[in-house]
Design a protein around this ligand. Sequence first.
Ligand code: CP3
Length: 322
Amino acid sequence: MRQAGRYLPEYRATRGKAGGFLNLCYTPALAEEVTLQPIRRFGFDASILFSDILVVPDALGQKVAFQEGEGPVLEPFTDLKALGKLDLTKIRSHLAPVYETVERLSKSLPAETTLIGFAGAPWTVATYMVGGRGSPDQGAAKAWAYRAPDEFQVLIDLLVEATIEHLSAQIEAGAEVIQIFDTWAGSLPPLSFERFALQPVKKIWAALLAKFPDVPVIAFPRGAGAQMVNYFKETGISAISMDTGVSPAWAREALQPLGCVQGNLDPLLLVAGGPEMRAQAEMILATLSGGPFIFNLGHGIVPQTPPEHVAELVKLVQEWKS
Ligand code: CP3
């Protein structure tokens, strides 16, 4: 989940120096610095590369802008003609600064800190590409996917290829684990979930496994609920990341026998801190730490999080471990 970000004063200072979010992503020395900041402060066991899922459409030729207080904005498109302008051959050259950041991090991170590379899943990236911005219902992408599923599939297939390329380059540069974020997977009804969330991730994982058999892949099909069981089995991924709404007791019975589970403290508990945060974190640890398990949040850290609460949570988890 998101480790760096606006809840840290040192992040805000570096972002100010970079002059914009995408500049920060594309300047290796600064992207390296903001990746290291939370590790220095809190000593997490793993570090996630600082970048964004939307660098992929940017590299394909669909200009992305991050506006202060507004989130990402893209020039939206909903037809095959516009899709034809996207250029798959640009991934490696356009995103070279991201791979350089990974290379630098694999040298500068403490040896015991795992480096996680990542990408958005095709469906989630497509919702931003088609809608032009974040939306509560992913309406624009759904409209295209339901009106002309075979056309929409062309976009998904292109994103599968782009994602394989982007993740392969991160692994070659030194990423030790990969996480695939499907933030909007849970908004799809079952048949579309199977086609546009499950199958693309299965293809990406199969391609990576063939090239890099030792690199585990974690997927985060947020909001998928009970569909996570079939998703875990069918994709064959190494670990599944659970959102805040998943019951740990259910996950122990239904998911953990299939492999490693990750999650899932509500990031808003980290805002509140105190006894409620501790009690809910301990419940998750007590329920899942008997099997393959990675403690994490159920979604990304929010800007109003007090850093002291993060420090308190890390201490609680690390003391539990020992
Ligand atoms: O430590 C880290 O922060 C890891 C890097 C990381 C970012 N984004 C940096 C970022 C990761 C793993 C992401 C993933 C991401 N980006 C997702 C999937 C996971 C999730 O959170 O659901 C999605 C959907 C995006 C797209 C995106 N990026 C949105 C919708 C926004 C604006 C909303 C927001 O929270 O600000 C971003 C901006 C963004 N990406 C920030 C960060 C730290 C906020 C940056 C800022 O304004 O300085």
